[in-house]
Design a binder for this molecule. Structure first.
Ligand SMILES: Cc1cc2nc3c(=O)[nH]c(=O)nc-3n(C[C@H](O)[C@H](O)[C@H](O)COP(=O)(O)O)c2cc1C
Length: 209
C-alpha cells in the first residue's frame, strides 16, 4: 500500500468470524505513533478504566508508572527501561507506561497467584478505553527488569510485567524501513475450535466447531 511512495496508515480492523464490539475489533498494536501529545484528561480516563477491572479478592494488584514527552527527562528514564528493539519504535509514542503487579495479598501476605492475570485485565480495560478515545496501545514484554528496579526503587513485592506505548496512530514512515513494512502485516489468530475445548483437552467444544 503506497501513497506517493509513502506507506499508508494501514486498516487493521480484525476480520472476525463472529461479531465483536467495535473497541475490540478496532484495537491493534501499532509501532508508529503520531507526534501529537495525549490530553492529560484522556490519560486519566485510561487509568480510571484500568482501576475498575475485576481482581482476585479485589486486591487491585496493578500499579503503573507513566511518563510523557512533556517531561523529556522522565520520558527518557522510562524509555531506557525498554529492550533495545522496543526502544527503536516506542520512542515515537508520546506516552510510555510500565505495568507492575503486587506478588502478595495485602490482607494476609500470602502469594497472589492471579496478580499477573489481574494486571493483564486492568491493562486490557485501559486498552479498550484507549480505543474508544481514538488512542492506540502497544504492550511490550521486552523490558529491562534490573534497570527498572534500579531506576525506580521498586519494592521487592512488586514485579515489573510489561511496558505500554500509548498515543495516536502515526504514519509508518516514521519507523525504520523494516518495521514500517511490518506495520502492514496481516493480523491472524488461532481459530476457536483450537482454543475452546469441551469434554476432552484439545477437543473442540461443540459450540466452537
Ligand atoms: C504482554 C504483551 C507483550 C508484548 N511484547 C511485545 C514486545 O516486547 N515488542 C513488540 O514489538 N510487541 C509486543 N507485543 C505485541 C504483540 O506482538 C501483539 O499484541 C500481537 O502480535 C498481536 O497483534 P495485535 O495486538 O496488533 O492484535 C506484546 C503484547 C503483549 C500483550
Amino acid at each position: 500500500m503506497s501513497n506517493n511512495g509513502r506507506l499508508a496508515v494501514p486498516d487493521k480492523r480484525a476480520v472476525t468470524d463472529h461479531d465483536i464490539i467495535d473497541v475490540l475489533a478496532e484495537r491493534w498494536s501499532p509501532r508508529a505513533f503520531a507526534d501529537r501529545p495525549v490530553e492529560p484528561e484522556k490519560l486519566r480516563q485510561l487509568f480510571e478504566a484500568a482501576r475498575w477491572a475485576a481482581s482476585s479478592y479485589n486486591e487491585q494488584p496493578w500499579r503503573y508508572l507513566v511518563a510523557t514527552k512533556d517531561d523529556p527527562e522522565a520520558y527518557d528514564r522510562l524509555l531506557n527501561c525498554l529492550g533495545t528493539f522496543n526502544q527503536q519504535w516506542a520512542q515515537t509514542a508520546p506516552v510510555l507506561m510500565l505495568g507492575f503487579y503486587k506478588t502478595t495479598f495485602s490482607r494476609n501476605g500470602k502469594p497472589n497467584r492471579c496478580a499477573p492475570h489481574d494486571l493483564g485485565a486492568a491493562s486490557a480495560q485501559l486498552t479498550a478505553q484507549a480505543t474508544a478515545l481514538d488512542l492506540y496501545v502497544h504492550q511490550m514484554a521486552g523490558i529491562e527488569m534490573d534497570t527498572i528496579r534500579d531506576t525506580y526503587d521498586v519494592p521487592d513485592d512488586f514485579e515489573p510485567m510489561a511496558a505500554l506505548a500509548v498515543g495516536y496512530l502515526g504514519d509508518p514512515d516514521v519507523l525504520p524501513e523494516k518495521l514500517a513494512k511490518r506495520e502492514q502485516a496481516e493480523r491472524t489468530r488461532r481459530p476457536l475450535d483450537e482454543t475452546v475445548f469441551g469434554d476432552d483437552w484439545g477437543e473442540a467444544a461443540p459450540l466452537a466447531r
